[in-house]
Write a protein of this length. Structure first.
Length: 298
């Protein structure tokens, strides 16, 4: 009976800790790397949202699974938090900076996501805290070397998603408000990433993946699309002249990138479909504003 219970527990394992030791480049301590196991119905793909997030259908065996929470590594000792590939690029020149700021970073994150523990199996709470810590860490790194603007765009968007998940799991704790704050940050960083790429201030083409989720890399096309989407959904509405100008610029960018109005076989199907929908929404708002202006003139 005991043996059967042990076998069942092993079968239901969702994650594992990598046997390859990773040492923190700041404090030298081991960083546990928890990874999601694949197969056996752990991830059942659902729909793709307009924000290019893949929803997953909960399974009877494993319940709700959140792949995003394992994509950022965090040292449980000094709280250096980065995308896993960036740890190798941190040398001794950054050591003092990260050591001296560790307490402040933890204090900042704890005010929103308290009681996290990076020595245990990750929950949504550790996932949210790791992304917020990463946001603070990338703010301290040189933008041109680490493409920090685009990475912060990804981090804030995923933070908004994870905060939504937390709100569903633990309603009534203001995680919906926190999600909205991160969305607004994502609007800023996506816009800045586009601006800096266009003027050569900060190249983002060297990123291994633009995401925004893990199941597919939508590349720079996805960045152009999301920049327009976030301006439409979350952009300011106080200065309408400024808003309409931004919407028109994004509409033109979508038309150039996706060849809207023409047949295209080179772009990913789901992304092209979402881009067409957004193009229509931008067109409708711009036309409504024009009609309102004409009525006022009369």
């Amino acid at each position: 009976m005991v043996r059967k219970h042990v076998v069942e527990q092993k079968t239901l394992a969702l994650t594992y800790f990598s046997k390859t030791k990773m040492f923190c480049p700041v404090c030298g301590k081991v960083i546990p790397r928890e990874e999601l196991l694949s197969g056996s119905g752990r991830l059942i793909a659902g729909n793709l949202t307009d924000e290019l997030r893949r929803n997953y259908i909960p399974s009877q065996r494993y319940g709700k699974v959140y792949p995003l929470i394992y994509s950022v590594g965090t040292c449980p000792n000094c709280y250096l938090s980065l995308f896993w590939n960036d740890f190798a690029a941190i040398d001794q020149s950054y050591q003092e900076m990260f050591e001296n700021s560790a307490n402040d970073r933890v204090k900042t994150v704890s005010t929103i996501f308290p009681h996290f523990d990076f020595t245990r199996n990750r929950t949504l709470l550790e996932g949210a805290a790791s992304y917020y810590l990463a946001l603070l860490c990338y703010e301290m790194l040189p933008p041109t070397k680490f493409s920090t603007t685009m990475k912060r765009a990804l981090i804030t968007l995923r933070s908004a998603w994870i905060a939504q998940d937390l709100n569903e799991a633990c309603p009534g704790r203001n995680y919906d408000f926190i999600s909205n704050v991160f969305y607004k940050k994502a609007v800023f960083f996506y816009s800045e990433a586009m601006r800096k790429e266009s003027n050569g201030e900060e190249r983002i083409s060297n990123l291994p993946s633009f995401g925004p989720d893990l199941d597919k890399n939508y590349g720079f096309d996805g960045v152009v699309y999301l920049n327009g989407l976030f301006e439409y959904k979350f952009g300011q509405k106080v200065d309408m002249e400024k808003r309409l100008k931004a919407l028109d610029e994004n509409k033109r960018a979508l038309a150039r990138m996706f060849g809207l109005g023409k047949s295209s076989k080179s772009k990913p199907g789901p992304l092209l479909e979402h881009a067409r929908n957004l193009y229509d929404q931008l067109t409708a708002e711009l036309k409504a504003a024009d009609a309102l202006t004409e009525d006022d003139d009369e």
